[in-house]
Design a protein around this ligand. Sequence first.
Ligand code: DQA
Length: 148
Amino acid sequence: MSTTMLLLNGPNLGILGRREPEIYGTDTLADIEKAVAEEVSGRGWDVRSIQHDSEGDLVRAIHEHSLSSVGAVVNPGALMIAGWSLRDALAAYPRPWVEVHLSNVWAREQFRHESVIAPLAGGVVVGLGAFGYRLAAQALMHLTAADR
Ligand code: DQA
C-alpha cells in the first residue's frame, strides 16, 4: 500500500498568498504543503503536491498517480463549476479523496454554489481558509482507515 497522498490544486491556486488575500488569506501554497505534510507525517505519509492551471494537466496527474497514491485532497478552484473531465478523472480514481475550498463558496457568487465534483467526494471542507487543508488531510486519514 502506498504512503503518498496527493495534494491537488487547480487553476490560480499557485499564486496563493498574493491572490485576493482578503478572500483566500496570506498563506502560500508552500505554507499549505508544509501544513499538510505535518498533519499526515504521524501516519507515515508523505505528500505529493501538484498544482496546474489547466484541467488536462490535472486529469493527467490523477491518471498518473492513481495506483501510487493512498488518497487525495483536492481544491479544484474554479473547475468546481464545470470541470467535467476533472470530475470523470476523479470518478475513476480508486482511492478516497476530500474536496477543500479556502473560501466559503456558499457566501459568495451564485456561480460558486455548485460543485460538479462534490457528489463524488468523501467529504467537503469549505470556508476555513488554509486550516481547511489540515482538516481535509485529517478527514482523508479517517476515510482511509475505514477503507483498509
Ligand atoms: C476556491 C473557490 C473557487 O470558487 C475559486 O474559483 C477558487 C478558489 C477556494 O479555495 O475557495 O479558485 O476553490
